[in-house]
Design a protein around this ligand. Structure first.
Ligand SMILES: Cc1cc2nc3c(=O)[nH]c(=O)nc-3n(C[C@H](O)[C@H](O)[C@H](O)COP(=O)(O)OP(=O)(O)OC[C@H]3O[C@@H](n4cnc5c(N)ncnc54)[C@H](O)[C@@H]3O)c2cc1C
Length: 395
């Protein structure tokens, strides 16, 4: 007789788990609280839909914090495997200029979800909607819609704590804590960072992008783009610094960051361009010789003293290392992802809860962190497939 697997939460980590489970061996049921599943996956699809990132796997595994917890899963089912699987279910992907992986043009997020759900159907997966997990009964069986669920194995894939509107409310945190499972409060990651802009500057440049920059915090450097918002800065050039910024905010209430407006030029290159410029006017030099954008020039103008702006040496140094201070982060619900959830010490290397035998946790509900750009979905997929193959082989 087949063994019963109950998967609670219907997001990407649950999808990959149930697609790879051996349906000859297991009867697979997903319990999802919403009327549909994959709502956060569809939200991710509304922006740049980064399914994974194409960088070499030895670099990719280093993007995660802590950097060892997910390695076995990521190596077991890596970014190439993920793309091959998507191709097999009819979703071709391409690598964009930033090395992120997207569905090919013309394929809508809902079509990706439909293809995934189609593959689950082929694997005999049963989807039960409007099914809400609320805890365990005295025998350790999970309770869904007030009834104990008969299952040989239970996998939780309840997601993080942001974008509650998608169903990933994180309200299970207390339920797990009450059961004696170590949890951590949710914190925002990949979110807007608060900067107290000068009023004149923000009035003029709200919404403007800072393109091709590098942002650093405590020697950690992230290249990319950031958008100036009324609240502060957001975008991939700063999202990757979330762990260090969070750490500094906890210890100092502020996090100094430095922007390199010209990562492709050395300090000496910039200095020489300023010194040998044919333009008399400094702003013209920045615009024409250094190709700085209007918001970049205005940042330098509004934040530097007149002497610093006019000194080639000081101006060049500020173009390479412009200081700003992060004083807070956006509320958890607005973040692309969260850290916190199930403490990593609460699960084994196969994601099994130490407290409850044969019950596992995968995906974003575990306390790991990664920048946006495909790394989040890759980790959700990898934890799902890793666990599927562990169960296929050992149970
Ligand atoms: C705006 C935005 C953009 C993003 N863009 C990207 C991107 O481009 N690339 C990328 O890699 N990642 C992106 N992400 C992150 C990515 O979507 C998530 O990391 C991923 O969806 C997490 O998958 P999961 O399976 O762990 O959980 P989720 O997708 O959160 O799924 C969890 C499911 O569990 C259900 N659930 C919760 N509680 C219960 C309960 N008590 N009972 C039953 N069911 C329950 C929820 O309804 C939900 O359907 C983005 C996220 C957001 C918000």
């Amino acid at each position: 007789m087949k063994k019963q697997i109950a998967i609670i939460g219907g997001g990407p980590s649950a999808f990959l788990l149930s697609a790879f489970l051996d349906s000859e061996k297991f009867a697979i049921t997903i319990y999802e609280k919403n009327k549909t599943c994959g709502r956060k996956f569809l939200v991710a699809g509304k922006g740049g839909f980064n399914l994974t990132h194409s960088e070499p796997i030895d670099q990719l595994v280093k993007r995660y914090t802590p950097n060892d917890f997910l390695t076995a899963a990521l190596l077991h089912f890596d970014n190439t495997d993920f793309r091959k699987w998507l191709e097999r279910i009819g979703i071709s992907t391409f690598v964009g200029s930033s090395n992120r992986v997207y569905p090919v043009k013309g394929i809508k997020p809902i079509e990706v979800l439909t293809a995934i759900l189609g593959s689950l159907k082929e694997n005999g997966v049963v989807l039960n909607y409007e099914s809400i997990f609320t805890g365990w009964d005295v025998n350790g069986k999970t309770i869904i819609n007030k009834e104990a669920v008969e299952a040989d194995f239970t996998v939780f894939s309840l997601g993080g704590g942001s974008w509650k509107v998608t169903g990933s409310e994180g309200d299970w945190l207390q339920t797990f804590a009450n059961k004696g499972i170590k949890t951590k409060p949710f914190h925002a990651s990949n979110c807007s960072n608060q900067i107290d802009w000068k009023p004149d500057f923000i009035q003029k440049h709200e919404g403007a992008p800072l393109k091709n920059i590098a942002v650093s915090c405590q020697q950690i450097v992230q290249k990319g783009e950031a958008v100036i918002t009324k609240f502060g800065l957001e975008g991939n050039a700063i999202y990757g610094l979330s762990p260090i910024i969070r750490q500094m905010l906890v210890s100092n209430n502020k996090a100094p960051i430095f922007i390199d407006f010209k990562p492709s030029l050395t300090l000496e290159n910039i200095q020489s361009k300023i010194e040998t410029s044919n333009y008399r006017n400094r702003t013209e030099t920045l615009k024409k010789d250094l190709k700085l954008s209007a918001p970049q020039i205005d940042l330098l103008k509004s934040y530097l003293s007149k002497e610093s702006y006019l000194s080639a040496d000081s101006l060049a140094k500020n173009i390479k290392n412009f200081p700003l201070e992060i004083v807070g982060v956006a509320p958890v619900d607005e973040a692309i992802s969260t850290v916190g959830g199930i403490d990593l010490s609460a699960v084994s290397e196969n994601f099994e809860l130490h407290k409850i035998q044969n019950q596992f946790c995968i995906g974003e509900m575990l306390d790991w962190d990664a920048p946006t750009g495909g790394y989040l979905l890759q980790a959700c997929a990898s934890t799902g497939v890793y666990l599927a193959n562990f169960l296929n082989k050992n149970k």
